[in-house]
Design a binder for this molecule. Sequence first.
Ligand SMILES: O=c1ccn([C@H]2C[C@H](O)[C@@H](COP(=O)(O)OP(=O)(O)OP(=O)(O)O)O2)c(=O)[nH]1
Ligand SMILES: [Mg+2]
Length: 152
Amino acid sequence: MNHVLQIRLLDPRFGAEWPLPEYATPASAALDLRAAIDAPLTIPPGQAELVPSGIAIHLADPGLCALVLPRSGLGHKHGLVLGNGTGLIDADYQGPLMISVWNRGGEAFTMAPGDRIAQLVVVPIVRVTPQVVDAFEDSARGAGGFGHTGLR
Ligand SMILES: O=c1ccn([C@H]2C[C@H](O)[C@@H](COP(=O)(O)OP(=O)(O)OP(=O)(O)O)O2)c(=O)[nH]1
Ligand SMILES: [Mg+2]
């Protein structure tokens, strides 16, 4: 599936010093997000910083949202994940796309301007109409959860 995504470049370095937001490979699921910062930024262990991505997006279609996810290498090797777990970008959001960068690792991490620090994946959404009921029709699982099917 391919959609057009409207992007505003809020940082003039896009298209000059940095490539326009793009997929790293032809079948990549996510666009890499860059740190649109003016100087190197060091995040001490345990700290989080709100880092501008330098872009704004407007998905417009209520059947879509975008998720900000960690990059695997940074998350696994350097403990650089997201302070909000996963960033959710609503289809009607038009403001600057921000990245909450959390250093959950044991050492300070320094990012340079333009570094690719997170990734953005656009996913389909099912919006629901809540309907209050007194009871549910029986299901195979019922209320069982949190490991009730066992380990093996
Ligand atoms: O990592 C993120 C997460 C969110 N947002 C923007 C887009 C999103 O549409 C908006 C609101 O996000 P969310 O609904 O998750 O936050 P909230 O705390 O509920 O804020 P609000 O009251 O504005 O909905 O903030 C970002 O730029 N980066
Ligand atoms: Mg909200």
